[in-house]
Ligand binder design. Structure first.
Ligand SMILES: [Mg+2]
Length: 142
C-alpha cells in the first residue's frame, strides 16, 4: 500500500468511525462481546459487569504507575492492513498501555449500557448540560 493509498484509507476509516453515534458504537461493542460468549449467561450479573469496569480502571492505574504509554498515532494503527500484522503490531505497541486500558473502560461501560438498552448518548448529553449549570466543583470540596 502506497503512502497516498494509506492516507485515503485512513481518511475513510476516520470518517466511518466519526459517523457512528455513541449508541451505534455501544451496540457494536455489545454484539462483539455477545459473539465472543461474554453474554452467554443470562441474565447478566450487573454487579459483576460493574466490577469488570473497575478492574479496567485498576489496569489503567497500574499502566500509569509503570509509565506504560503508547506514542503510536492511532490513525496509523487503525490503518494497518492485514489482521495478523495488525494483531502483532497492536500487541507490541498498544496492548496494556494506559490508553488501551482507558479504551477497555469505555468498551465495558458501553457494553453494559447496550445490554441494559440505555440511551447512553442521550444520558451523556443531558448530564453534560446539567453539569454545565451546576456550581463550582458541584458544591463539593473536590
Ligand atoms: Mg484491560
Amino acid at each position: 500500500m502506497t503512502t497516498e493509498e494509506r492516507e485515503v484509507f485512513n481518511r475513510v476509516l476516520k470518517k466511518r468511525i466519526m459517523e457512528k453515534s455513541i449508541n451505534e458504537i455501544a451496540k457494536e461493542i455489545y454484539q462483539n462481546a455477545k459473539d465472543k460468549g461474554f453474554h452467554d449467561d443470562h441474565p447478566k450479573n450487573i454487579g459483576e459487569m460493574l466490577m469488570l469496569i473497575v478492574s479496567e480502571v485498576s489496569e489503567a492505574l497500574e499502566a500509569d504507575r509503570k509509565a506504560q504509554f503508547t506514542d503510536i498515532n492511532m490513525n496509523v494503527v487503525n490503518g494497518w492492513v492485514g489482521n495478523e500484522d495488525f494483531k502483532l503490531s497492536f500487541k507490541d505497541n498498544v496492548k496494556d498501555t494506559f490508553e488501551d486500558e482507558l479504551a477497555d473502560v469505555m468498551i465495558r461501560v458501553m457494553d453494559l449500557a447496550s445490554y441494559k438498552d440505555i440511551d447512553l448518548e442521550a444520558h451523556i448529553k443531558a448530564k453534560m448540560r446539567y453539569n454545565s449549570l451546576r456550581e463550582q466543583k458541584h458544591g463539593k470540596r473536590y
